[in-house]
Write a protein that binds this ligand. Structure first.
Ligand code: NAP
Length: 514
């Protein structure tokens, strides 16, 4: 790694924004928090590099944003959906124009390599266009009535103010997924970004501002989960909360939303599995495992953190994976030679180190990595070697718990049935995959894996925006985002009956006389 050893300030060396104070975006204005306090956001590859300072907001700021969104809702909900769509098309075009610039700031803010942050922005662009297209669909249902001269239909209605709480690992894609779907349905938005990545959402707000989205329709309040997230959840004017983050926080939010029956959409943790069968193309499986396990330094909800491999190809797979993982180049993600960036924080590195110790103590075999990188150019960042445990058992903690770092665990198995049983044997249910050349294996696993996403001959990552995204068990609460399913989160059905018979017709009763 060499890129962060430049003598110039990083923002000058890499043509990034100079550090400055960023503000909340409320009612179409950039405003300071009433607390008068800010917090710092620093580059996880180099803590000397200050990205900017952001508003350390509180309940009063949340209340101002929700009030603005509530006022804006009165008009926005009556704006024809194809007209709402035009704002989203415009935002999509702005993001496409600025994709590289935005992605570079995101790499600096959260660490993943530029190619991946460009993909993150692209997801937001794709969702803007997908949901803009929905502006001329938002299909409801028409259906015959059981009575004559009566017309039945069901239409989608917006909910009102949508509150969003988002994580740092997809800092613009996830806010984009949620907000584009909410806006096209006619809701207004108040979003609290992760404190590690507020700039990404500020840049999204800048795009909405440039697209001249009406004031108050999209609002951003930065600050901590407790001080900003909680008041957002508790505000009675917020009709739906969409949260992506850890299962523990999601559970607390679920409890907080229950007393008022607030609509709630949760996307939470994962412990995803790639199954590799004896008949698989092993090199292809190794390619997939590397990308799935070490993309975003393993900090993806869909990371391939378990690799269940049939014994006939087990040793070959482990040897090839370890050899390839050792060659991955770790460093600052804006350096084109780098394969894997830093972890988000010192706390995340501590978690990774803790699990490396747990795995070693449990008796799994460390075949690659296992160490924090602290020397030389790594000294000011949060880096860890790509790490592979082999010969693990399904019940070990490293096989069960989400590590959220560059660590993957290989578990041997004897059959497809055993692979599926191990694959399903965790509390999460986000993503799973199988490498096989036998269509029977592929379809059996597709049927029997209890996960929201399933891949054949591809790793556990790679979702596209026009399909539903989400998971089962402790990954989700039954909802999905993206695709048309995303619209379900942000709309409510209204069933409409229009009787033009001119007489009283009683459903279920007068049907016998028809
Ligand atoms: P996190 O700690 O749960 O934080 C997520 C968001 O919740 C952040 O904005 C955070 O704010 C906020 N928050 C924290 N405590 C809160 C509270 N008590 N009340 C309200 N809001 C609160 O998760 P993370 O570390 O950012 O992200 C990693 C987790 O997200 C992993 O478990 C990963 O699997 C999951 N994830 C899931 C998906 C999916 O689609 N299933 C996608 C991406 C990530 P602060 O930043 O201010 O703390």
């Amino acid at each position: 790694m060499s890129a962060t050893t430049t003598t110039k300030p990083l923002h000058e060396a890499y043509s990034l924004r100079a550090p400055r104070e960023y503000r909340n975006y409320i009612d179409g204005e950039w405003v300071r928090s009433t607390t008068g306090k800010t917090f710092e956001n620093r580059n996880p590859a180099n803590e000397d590099d200050l990205v900017g300072t952001f508003q350390n907001s509180n309940a009063q700021d949340v209340s101002a944003a929700v009030d603005a969104a509530d006022r804006a809702f009165a008009k926005w909900r009556l704006t024809p959906a194809p007209k709402r769509a035009e704002f989203l098309y415009h935002v999509g075009e702005i993001l496409r124009r600025d994709k590289e610039k935005i992605a570079r700031e995101m790499t600096r803010e959260m660490g993943k390599v530029l190619e991946e942050t460009k993909g993150d922005v692209q997801e937001c662009i794709d969702m803007a266009f997908l949901m803009a297209g929905e502006g001329r669909r938002l299909f409801g249902v028409t259906t015959p009535s059981e009575l004559p001269n009566k017309f039945n239909m069901a239409v989608r209605m917006p909910l009102g103010v949508a509150g969003m709480i988002t994580p740092w690992n997809f800092p613009i894609a996830i806010p984009g997924w949620k907000s584009m779907a909410a806006l096209i349905c006619g809701n207004t938005v108040v979003i609290k970004p992760a404190s590690f990545t507020p700039l990404s959402v500020v840049m999204l707000a800048e795009a909405f501002e440039e697209a001249r989205l009406p004031k108050g329709v999209f609002n951003v309040v930065t600050g901590s989960g407790g001080a900003v997230g909680n008041p957002l959840i508790e505000n009675p004017k917020v009709r739906v909360i969409s949260f992506t983050g850890s299962t523990d926080v999601g559970r607390d939010i679920s409890i907080a939303c229950a007393p008022n029956f607030k609509h709630l959409h949760l996307e939470m943790g994962g412990k995803n599995v790639i199954m590799v069968m004896n008949d698989a193309n092993v090199d292809l499986a190794v390619d997939g495992a590397l990308w799935g396990a070490f993309g975003t330094a393993g900090q993806r909800c869909t990371a391939s953190s378990r690799l269940v491999v049939q014994r006939g190809v087990y040793q070959e797979f482990v040897d090839k994976l370890a050899a390839r993982a050792k060659k991955l180049r770790v460093g600052f993600g804006l350096d084109a030679k780098i394969d894997m960036g830093p972890n988000i924080s010192k706390g995340q590195i501590d978690t990774v180190r803790k699990y490396v110790k747990i795995g070693t103590d449990e008796g799994a075999k460390l075949v690659c990595g296992g160490n924090e990188l602290k020397d030389g150019a790594y000294a000011k960042g949060h880096f860890h070697e790509p790490t592979v445990f082999a010969d693990a058992k399904p019940g070990m903690r490293i096989s069960q718990e989400e590590i959220f770092g560059p660590v993957t665990t290989v578990i041997p198995c004897d059959s497809l049935e055993e692979a599926i049983s191990i694959g399903n044997g965790v509390k999460y249910g986000l993503s799973s995959s199988i490498y096989t050349n036998d269509v029977r294996n592929a379809f059996t696993a597709m049927r029997d894996m209890y996960t929201g996403l399933f891949y054949v001959n591809a790793p556990t990552i790679g979702a596209e925006v026009h399909l539903p995204f989400g998971g089962t068990k402790e990954t989700g609460n039954g909802h999905r985002e993206a695709g048309v399913a995303g619209i379900d989160v942000f709309s409510e059905w209204k069933s409409v009956y229009i009787d033009y018979s001119g007489s009283l017709q009683r459903a279920q009763i007068d049907t016998e006389t028809v």
